[in-house]
Design a protein around this ligand. Structure first.
Ligand code: ADP
Ligand code: MG
Length: 328
């Protein structure tokens, strides 16, 4: 089974950023209110994600590292309305097959309780031992790809890998304002974001993650129609140094790249604003989970709407109106 895991790992584990993404998704799913991400050497030496969520019980710890171990899907109906981010049950197994992984967790309030499981590459049976940990979970991934040298060689410079991690972190921090976040690299705090869902807290987070200039040249919008809600910030053309990559679109809290969405935004932007400007935005679309299929592909951020036309037209007209008013 470890070999199967290694093969599967190619899908999920591409680089440190993909590890961070999976571990943070688990931390979010665990219901944590604080998530800390810590790295060394761009994540090649160490990745640690710590949460204060529900934790994993002693007997479930080794199971969490086995393939298709997911505790997250019970029925097909549940799959339809799935609010949780991942349900494939193989991220931890895949990551542990190509690294030295330590999973420490405690389901108890008592901080002297807790258990740890250690897995190293293809080693068969993970060992479980007592290890004190505050309620919640820490996953430590050391020496990523230590046993797959070909893949290790594909890692870029520390700076590049960290850049990808920071981008993954940014997306996740933008998806949950109710969670407090920390990102550290080589003992240095890069981001420390306090939890808060009021407008001021949200804007503070946007400024911290995307820069003050983004906010200063952005329009806030919040529009609801036909069961859909769109809110967030769209850059105005006064932002002359807008970065093309500052485009974040979330559907029910999950970051999405979608042609239909991109098209609607681009079209509204082009219709109303000057040509030659990059649309920049952080937008949140909220829809009934029953009309959207978010897990078309586990790692690509794809989405499929039951009624694409409705969504496209709603996005286009909402943005068109908001931008038009801002311009007038
Ligand atoms: P999936 O998230 O797709 O279920 P994973 O391999 O990522 O699969 O995780 C396997 C299982 O381990 C999860 O279903 C969950 O039960 C448990 N788990 C992993 N990380 C955490 C965490 N941070 N807190 C609580 N449980 C976790
Ligand atoms: Mg997962």
């Amino acid at each position: 089974p470890r070999l199967a895991n290694q093969i599967a790992a190619g899908e999920v584990v591409e680089r440190p950023a993909s590890v961070v993404k999976e571990l943070v998704e688990n931390a979010i799913d665990a219901g944590g209110s604080r998530i800390e991400v810590e790295l060394e050497a761009g994540g090649a030496r160490l990745i640690r994600v710590r949460d204060d969520g529900g934790g994993i019980g002693e007997e479930d710890l080794p199971l969490a590292l086995s393939r298709h171990a997911t505790s997250k899907i019970v029925s097909l109906e549940e799959l339809e309305g799935v609010a949780s981010l991942g349900f494939r049950g193989e991220a931890l197994a895949s990551i542990s097959s190509v690294s030295r992984l330590e999973l420490t967790s405690n389901v108890d309030k008592d901080p002297t309780a807790g258990w740890r499981v250690v897995a190293e590459g293809r080693q068969m049976a993970p060992r479980v031992s007592p290890a004190p940990h505050p309620r919640g979970t820490s996953v430590t991934v050391r020496d990523l790809f230590f046993n797959t040298p070909a893949r290790r060689k594909f890692l870029r410079t520390e700076k590049t890998e960290f850049g990808h991690v920071e981008e993954a972190f940014r997306r996740q921090a933008l998806s949950r304002y109710d969670i407090g976040w920390t990102l550290r690299h080589n003992q240095k705090t890069i981001h420390q974001l306090r939890a808060g869902v009021d407008p001021a807290s949200r804007e503070r987070r946007i400024a911290a993650l995307l820069g003050k200039a983004f906010l200063e040249h952005a329009l806030h919008l919040d529009i609801e129609a036909s069961g859909l809600r769109l809110w967030g910030w769209v850059g105005l053309p006064t932002h002359s140094r807008a970065q093309a990559d500052q485009q974040y679109f979330f559907v029910n809290g999950r970051v999405v790249r979608d042609r239909l969405v991109a098209h609607a935004v681009r079209q509204a932007y082009r219709d109303v604003l000057f040509h030659g400007r990059h649309p920049v935005f952080v937008l949140y679309l909220e829809v009934d989970p029953a009309v959207v299929d978010v897990n078309v592909h586990p790692t690509k951020h794809e989405v499929r709407f039951r009624d694409g036309r409705l969504v496209h037209d709603f996005l286009f007209s909402s943005l068109h109106r908001a931008l038009g008013e801002a311009r007038a």
